[in-house]
Design a protein around this ligand. Structure first.
Ligand code: SF4
Length: 372
């Protein structure tokens, strides 16, 4: 075992919520495209590849840290002073909760090429004990270039799941948002991933067409997803972060954001338009108004639409109470409204904000934007 000392391991800024407890391995820094108007994550950051040897060295160090952590736990001792506290948290999370899940960062790992990524995946599967799942982000631009045969090689190397930001299936929306890809290439990339036997998480962003393109955005996104039949559809409602270039467009009046109710109506049209798929729709982010709009197609489609109808059957003030409770973390689903005491407290808080001249709708919106 190498001398651990206090070592530092590079980590990128984001990973999907489903990878919250995964061990993070960074093979590139930032995003090679970095032009999407709605995305604040890597703006101002330069893209670069990490040396394969450097990544391998970190994998070896993580392996040693996992061993030390396990020895400590077996001896029921205090946390090892040989491991940096930050790394200890990562190792502990992975060893205890992530069930052997590894996530490769940053925004588009396949861009390093099939050969190099395969080498790293094989290495980490060989060196780290108990790896059961390897996942990564990728972009349709890159995956469409790699194609089916290349994706099969990544699957053989041990890539189990890919997260791709579809965002929209509408060419107009994709062009407006500078996504750098069109609908047909998104379909090519999705089919190559699924065809290779790699689980595909495809992200749909409700609201990305604004008021101007909402209907087209919903219908075209559904069309593209119908053509791919991804393993998962993950919803991430558009929230315009102040650092995203889209904020400027909205300020100039060139993009009109949807209200929360309009967004839920768009999601209804999107779900109605999904046909012939067996995907699981996940609403695993607080930025989505309705967490219960989730389930497996086709069986749960009516249940998802019923949840939307239930929301719209509420009067306007109750919908606001729900959204305040939801964004504040007090409500998880519409059933939460049945808690009379909690509901009265939220209604009281809304009254208080109004008496102080606070625009509650605006407060909900800006809170959500701050979460992105
Ligand atoms: S959305 Fe993805 S591809 Fe677009 S700039 Fe952000 S990280 Fe890059």
């Amino acid at each position: 075992m190498s001398n651990l000392g206090t070592f530092h391991i590079e980590q990128g800024p984001i990973r999907p919520p489903s990878e919250a407890a995964s061990l993070l391995i960074r093979v590139t820094r930032n995003c090679p495209w970095n032009r999407c108007l709605f995305c604040p994550v890597y703006k101002g950051q330069k893209f670069s590849l990490r040396e394969t040897s450097e990544v391998k060295e970190e994998i070896d160090r993580l392996r040693d840290a996992i061993e030390v952590y396990k020895e400590d736990r077996a001896a029921q001792g205090a946390s090892s002073k040989k491991i940096h506290p930050g790394e200890l948290t990562r190792v502990a999370l992975w060893s205890r909760w992530a069930k052997g899940s590894v996530f490769i960062q940053d925004a588009d790992s396949p861009v390093i090429g099939v050969k190099r990524l395969s080498e790293i995946i094989r290495y980490l599967r060989d060196r780290l004990p108990g790896v059961k799942r390897v996942t990564s982000y990728g972009t349709s631009r890159t995956v469409a270039k790699i194609g089916l045969e290349g994706m099969k090689k990544l699957k053989q190397a041990g890539l189990d799941r890919l997260h791709i930001g579809l965002e929209s299936g509408s060419d107009e929306v994709l062009k407006l948002m500078k996504k750098g890809v069109d609908a047909e290439r998104q379909i090519d990339a999705g089919r190559a991933t699924v065809g290779a036997g790699i689980e595909l998480s495809l992200y749909y962003m409700p609201g990305l067409g604004g008021k101007e393109l909402s209907e087209l955005h919903a219908k075209e996104s559904a069309r593209v997803i119908n053509a791919i039949n991804p393993t998962f559809i993950r919803m991430r409602t558009l929230r315009i972060h102040p650092a995203a270039p889209l904020a400027q467009l909205a300020a100039e009046g060139a993009f009109t954001p949807l209200t929360d109710d309009e967004t839920v109506a768009e999601i209804r049209l999107f779900i109605e338009s999904l046909e012939g798929i067996t995907s699981v729709l996940a609403s695993d982010h607080i930025v989505n108004v309705l967490g219960e709009v989730a389930g497996r197609f086709p069986d749960d489609k009516e249940k998802m639409l019923a949840a939307i109808e239930r929301y719209f059957a509420l009067d306007e003030e109750t919908r606001l109470i729900f959204r305040v409770g939801r964004i504040g973390g007090a409500y998880h689903s519409l059933d939460s409204l049945d808690d009379d005491e909690l509901r009265a407290r939220i209604a009281g808080a809304i009254e208080k904000m109004r008496s102080q001249g606070i625009d509650v709708e605006e407060m909900v919106r800006s809170t959500a934007e701050g979460i992105v």
